[in-house]
Ligand binder design. Structure first.
Ligand code: PRP
Length: 214
């Protein structure tokens, strides 16, 4: 039987999901001491690859992996709502509109908004009936209003530390975000039993985890 392949979003998601994977019985010893490695095949039933969140669906849709673990922010931005099998109680954060203390959200001038999430930003301003210019930024979005590149940002906030340390404040709370498990359609047909077993085990670990954090 071939191993199930999982594309796991590296960074914060990885740190929060690895304990859940371990609780579901998957050997993650390689991930615990990974250095610069990107592929982990210590477990006899699973192979885990570490990828950037934006690339998870590329690996999944291409069939290179059967399972992806990725934030709902990325799924929503990339417009993919298919085959989401499980919501995990980790990676909880929220989209916000933020800027410095002089920002006036009700000002009538056409605002410039910097973001890593142009589609989510466009949809938000469309919903509230405001026309804005969107500038796409790849990272450290908080710099945009400070340097004058943009009037405000739409970004995700988890602990709020980054906003606070850069003297930015929240002007509107948008939708919440959490980590999702997504499955490749063909993989689900070909390795149905293995995938459902994995989802069930992960769900149980997730429930135990949420009891602990309650
Ligand atoms: C995300 C987000 C904020 C930060 C918020 O960035 O874009 O910058 O986390 O987290 P906090 O509320 O806990 O401070 P990430 O760390 O993914 O880095 P990036 O900006 O390089 O994408």
């Amino acid at each position: 039987m071939s191993k199930l392949k999982i594309a796991l979003t590296k960074g914060r998601t990885e740190q929060q999901v690895v304990p859940l994977l371990e609780k579901s019985g998957i050997d993650c010893s390689g991930l615990r001491d990974k250095q610069r490695r990107l592929i982990f095949d210590e477990d006899e039933n699973f192979e885990i690859i570490l990828v950037k969140g934006q690339d998870v669906l590329t690996y999944l849709n291409n069939g290179t992996v059967q399972i992806g673990i990725v934030g709902s922010d990325i799924l929503e931005e990339q417009g993919n709502y298919q085959y989401q099998m499980l919501d995990l109680n980790v990676g909880r954060c929220r989209f916000v509109l933020a800027s410095g203390k002089n920002f006036d959200p009700s000002a009538s001038k056409r605002k410039i908004i910097a973001t890593k999430y142009p589609n989510i930003t466009r949809n938000y301003f469309k919903r509230i009936g405001e026309d804005v210019e969107i500038i796409r930024i790849e990272g450290s979005v908080e710099l945009a209003p400070i340097t004058g590149l943009a009037d405000a940002i739409v970004d995700i906030v988890e602990t709020g530390t980054t906003l606070k340390e850069n003297n930015l404040q929240i002007y509107a709370k948008l939708q919440p975000v959490n980590t999702r498990v997504v499955v490749n359609r063909l993989g689900l047909r070909q390795q149905k039993k293995q995938i459902y077993n994995f989802i069930n085990q992960l769900q149980q670990a997730n429930e135990k985890f949420s009891e602990v954090v309650k």
